[in-house]
Design a protein around this ligand. Structure first.
Ligand SMILES: Cc1cc2nc3c(=O)[nH]c(=O)nc-3n(C[C@H](O)[C@H](O)[C@H](O)COP(=O)(O)O)c2cc1C
Ligand SMILES: O=C(O)C(=O)c1ccccc1
Length: 356
């Protein structure tokens, strides 16, 4: 397949329509969902010429984790809804590609099993773990310990979800529960043993409307691993993140699934990059479908980008192989766009190369 759009079409054919809608959809009128992609279409690239470099180098290290390219896998829930191999397939493909996979706390596979699959594909896979900090901090700490023991290298706390966004497609389809046999495995309370057998209770993910900077400080006190926050759109929050010793930020609107009518992430990136001033790595997700999209984000100040739905479409279309194809397609597309922009390394891209 030649484009992410073709993967999406193939995924749509294979998926239960309600599950396709869950993955594809956004909040309410889906204005932000569309805007994330259309904002890139309004930006124009200006290449530099005659810089003489034969070969590009896409690799980088983010907070101690090496990545073969500045395109990471954003955390998305419920991969076993997309394909029976679920997160195991995604983990193998990301590890094979040498890129960082941010595992969702809402994965339908236990983090221990995801890490084992990643290690089958690469000796030292770059796994990060996304957290919805639970009001029950003791339970949150237990998940942190599990993820650390599994070998994750950073935590990404999602901060754009004090409550879950309203997704009208899910309401229309009455999609509110996982089908029998699937569960949010990282929320299994393994200590619990209520029926006398080895039944284990799966908690629900609770959104924490009470989350504040003290909780981030709490988490930093509980782990030596870098703590990033995901879902920053305001420059002042980016400044506060620096002030509070956060290791990195992800400029994200949750793929248009939380607050509708917030801007496209690429449109707030310049002010956020300026506010951070290089003090910590800035990642961005939302609407990246082409190599040129990633080039624009890196030129405007992101250190790396992440893709959510494209990986789900690859998974649904072809399991591990499908995710590998999506990641290699994005890599080749990005490499070509970088070359055409006259860059050898992603860091060669500069803001003056992007025009509105
Ligand atoms: C189906 C789906 C599930 C998601 N689940 C999570 C999640 O569990 N945790 C989280 O922090 N973000 C979640 N996100 C948001 C993604 O991490 C990311 O911000 C977004 O998908 C990026 O936009 P893109 O899909 O246009 O690439 C989810 C997104 C989608 C589409
Ligand atoms: O669907 C989502 O976007 C999401 O973030 C989520 C949150 C809780 C459970 C499952 C998915």
């Amino acid at each position: 397949m030649r484009s992410i759009a073709e993967f999406e079409a193939a995924a749509r054919e294979r998926l239960d329509p309600a599950h396709y809608d869950y993955f594809a959809g956004g909040a309410q009128d889906e204005i932000t969902l569309r805007e994330n992609e259309s904002a890139y279409k309004r930006l124009r690239l200006i290449p530099r010429v005659l810089r003489g470099s034969d070969k590009r180098d896409l690799s980088l290290t983010l907070l101690g984790t090496p990545s073969s390219m500045p395109i990471l896998v954003a955390p998305t829930a419920f991969h076993r809804l997309a394909h029976p191999d679920g997160e195991l397939a995604t983990a193998k493909a990301a590890a094979r590609a040498g890129t960082i996979l941010i595992v969702s706390m809402a994965a339908t596979t236990a983090i221990e099993d995801i890490a084992a699959a990643a290690r089958e594909a690469a000796p030292d896979p770059g796994l990060w773990f996304q957290l919805y900090l639970q009001p029950d901090l003791e339970f949150s700490e237990a998940i942190v310990r599990r993820a650390e023991a599994a070998g994750v290298k950073a935590f990404v706390v999602t901060v754009d979800s004090p409550v879950l966004g309203r997704r009208e497609r899910d309401d229309r389809n009455a999609f509110h529960d996982l089908p029998p046999g699937l569960a949010v495995e990282n929320l299994r309370n393994l200590g619990e043993n209520r029926s006398g057998g080895n039944a284990s209770h799966v908690r629900e993910i609770v959104m924490s409307a009470g989350l504040n900077w003290d909780h981030i400080a709490w988490l930093r006190g509980k782990t030596k691993l870098p703590v990033l926050i995901k879902g920053v759109l305001h420059a002042e929050d980016a400044r506060l993140a620096v002030h509070h010793g956060v290791a990195g930020i992800v400029v994200s609107n949750h793929g248009g699934r939380q607050l509708d009518t917030v801007p496209a992430t690429i449109d707030v990136l310049p002010e956020i990059a300026a506010a951070v001033g290089g003090a910590l790595p800035v990642l961005l997700d939302g609407g990246i479908r082409r190599g040129t999209d990633a080039v624009k984000a890196l030129a405007l100040g992101a250190d790396a980008v992440a893709v959510g739905r494209p990986v789900v479409w690859g998974l649904a279309a072809g399991g591990r192989e499908g995710v590998s194809e999506v990641l290699e397609l994005l890599r080749a597309d990005f490499d070509q766009a970088l070359a055409l922009c006259g860059g050898r390394h992603p860091a060669d891209l500069t803001p003056d190369q992007v025009r509105r």
